[in-house]
Design a protein around this ligand. Structure first.
Ligand code: FES
Length: 167
């Protein structure tokens, strides 16, 4: 379901390599941590999996609104407005690591400045779809994310919309 984009998708922009992606991710996380404690904002936290079984990754179910980033698995979990979502860390345009702007309460791409709501909905920028969501399930005190099941809003809007669990 995921799709690799060519440089032609962006008028000749350079595709982001894996090393650059992780450098961006590390920088993004540091920047996010700095703004995550702003008053009234959804804070951002580092997150590690409780367990991994094949493509199923288990995290503690978020008990408060916020953004949780697992750099190792390249997963963002967000709890907002009574729903919990899991997103790919990479921007759907050209795979740059997304950032959470706690001050403005939105995800932002540092490369071409696409912006997304806390539920991943595309707001503005060069991307042509919302943030890609993983299938999620609420199991006891945990959130299980299926990395093998990715929903792209423009290809499967109904599946994308349903990829959430209530708090
Ligand atoms: S990589 Fe182009 S908008 Fe994110």
């Amino acid at each position: 379901m995921t799709e690799k984009h060519s440089s032609a998708d962006c008028g000749g922009c350079t595709l982001v390599g894996r090393r650059e992606f992780f450098r961006d991710a590390a920088f993004a996380f540091a920047a996010l941590a700095a703004v995550g404690s702003a008053a009234g904002a959804m804070p951002v936290h580092a997150m590690t999996a409780l367990s991994v079984r094949d493509e199923l990754v288990t995290y503690p179910f978020p008990t408060a609104d916020g953004v949780f980033i697992d750099k190792n698995k390249e997963v963002i979990v967000a709890r907002a407005a009574g729903q919990v979502y899991a997103f790919m860390l990479s921007c759907p345009h050209q795979n740059t690591a997304l950032r959470w702007n706690a001050k403005d309460q939105k995800f932002q791409c540092p490369k071409h400045h696409s912006q997304y709501k806390p539920d991943g909905t595309f707001i503005d920028g060069r991307a042509t779809r919302s943030m890609d969501r993983f299938a999620v399930a609420h199991e006891g005190a945990n959130l299980v994310v299926n990395l093998d099941k990715v929903f792209e809003d423009d290809r499967d809007h109904a599946g994308w919309k349903s990829a959430a669990v209530p708090t």
